[in-house]
Write a protein that binds this ligand. Sequence first.
Ligand code: E4P
Length: 216
Amino acid sequence: MELYIDTANIEDIREIAHWGILSGATTNPTLLSRESGDYDQIICEICDLVGGPVSAEVMSDDAEGMVEEAKRLVGLHENVVIKVPMLPEGLRAARELSKLEIKTNVTLVFSANQALLAARAGATYVSPFVGRLDDIGHDSNAVLTEIVEVFSVNEFSTKVIAASIRNPMHVTQAALLGCDIATIPPAIFRSMVKHPLTDKGIASFKKDWEDAQSRA
Ligand code: E4P
């Protein structure tokens, strides 16, 4: 499973990209609204930092407007992927953009049927939101399982991005269930890398080594 970072914060992306484990990034209007500066420039900088697909969302209500926005956004950088909402107009836009060979990420997906529609529209990626499903008491694992199975049985090439990740277990579950990608907030990456036994082990290895050096 590939790992994307889910933020528009350049400092966080720089830090985690430095680990050498990122394959891409996802943004959304809320994440961008938390940053100051020119949004186009931020998207370009993220593209350069991650060196892989970066989702940028369109805001128009109709497919024609979405396609126009998409054409402008893909002109910013070759890594830009167009996020379209899971709506009839978003599906129309995804179909049109696929004809233009522009990559799309159908976002705000909460069911296997929505994912099926997105795949039939020619989406490159679909983003089921696991955290928001769990928030309302639904079983996000069941939804991910169904989407992965539907895509496998039907031989769709659309990739599944587990999104709205709220804790490290969501990442483990997405990997176990066969998602292609998980898009993960910076704080969750920092939790994933830590384990108290790792810290304890490093401290005792260091101490034993230094004791041996002082005896030599
Ligand atoms: C990613 O593509 C989504 O925009 C993001 O994961 C949403 O996460 P949230 O539910 O925490 O806002």
